[in-house]
Design a protein around this ligand. Structure first.
Ligand code: COA
Length: 256
């Protein structure tokens, strides 16, 4: 497993750390595979009852690595992102997130699949897919409007507005905001509480909570993956990515 994904077993909890601080924990193919390996470990090891996913102290993740995206096969099929997007919603055991700093792109959309999310006051969320000439992914075009309502979802997915930890609680994306020194410990404590409960009851509860959405989510994710993969090769995305790498504002004025 890549050293950019660190795992640790704490009693019955698997702690997964995104660990690429020099690039704001931007996710490469190897990192997606590392997270999926950890998810597989969670599912297969009967001693493990819950996972906590976190970043480094001041950053959750800046989302997909934009350099990786430039020559990426897309987000479907056998690609590492495709594997991640299949594994995440299929987890039978609970996933808890502990977030501080930037949670951008998939850094926010993966939270929509978590069962509990705790944040520090410095957490900042954004889903800038439209800014990048792309479209929503990870089921966010379904899960976000369900969670926050259409109007807010349009604000976050079309205008790509950033929002903070308190807003995220109000929107129902985050359960609670804790002091920076406490947010990870708190997430681990909650994970410990889940781990102490009867495991079959927790798995069945999770399954039932999600059941009514499962088919629709699969359909929406397939559609998102097709559009996203096509758009990744498109001129709008090329302009957005080059602008990011050249540290300038993108210019979309020539597109129709
Ligand atoms: N992919 C690749 N590299 C990234 C990255 C990403 N998604 N996000 C940040 N980095 C790199 C920067 O290029 C920079 O590298 P450098 O030091 O070699 O120049 C380094 O990480 C630090 O980033 P920087 O922008 O200087 O940090 P910041 O604290 O000012 O801002 C963010 C942090 C997350 C707000 C900002 O980096 C950002 O907006 N990143 C892009 C997020 C994004 O669009 N993600 C994709 C969503 S689909």
């Amino acid at each position: 497993m890549t050293e950019q994904i660190l795992t640790e077993i704490l009693d019955h909890t698997l702690l997964i750390r995104l660990n690429r601080p020099d690039k704001k924990n931007a996710l490469t193919g190897a990192m997606y595979n590392g997270i999926c390996d950890a998810f597989d470990q969670l599912e297969q090891d009967s001693q493990l009852r819950v996972a906590v996913i976190t970043g480094t102290r001041d950053c959750f993740t800046a989302g997909n690595d934009l350099v990786d995206f430039l020559d990426s096969p897309g987000i479907g099929g056998d690609s590492p992102v495709g594997r991640f997007l299949r594994t995440l919603p299929a987890l039978s055991k609970p996933l808890v997130a502990a977030v501080n700093g930037a949670a951008v792109g998939v850094g926010t959309t993966l939270l929509l699949h978590c069962d509990l999310v705790y944040a520090a006051p410095g957490a900042k969320f954004q889903m800038p897919f439209a800014n990048l000439g792309l479209c929503p992914e990870a089921g966010s075009s379904l899960l976000l409007p369900q969670m926050v309502g259409y109007r807010k979802a349009a604000q976050l997915l079309m205008l790509c507005e950033r929002f903070g930890a308190d807003d995220a609680v109000e929107l129902g994306i985050v359960n609670e905001v804790l002091a920076e020194k406490d947010y990870l410990e708190h997430a681990l404590t909650k994970a410990g509480q889940l781990a102490a409960l009867p495991p079959n009851s927790i798995r069945t509860t999770k399954q039932l909570l999600r059941k009514s959405n499962t088919e629709q989510l699969r359909t929406v994710m397939e559609l998102e993956q097709q559009y996203f993969t096509d758009m990744l090769q498109g001129a709008e995305a090329k302009e957005a990515f080059n602008a990011f790498l050249e540290k300038r504002k993108p210019d979309f004025s020539r597109f129709r």
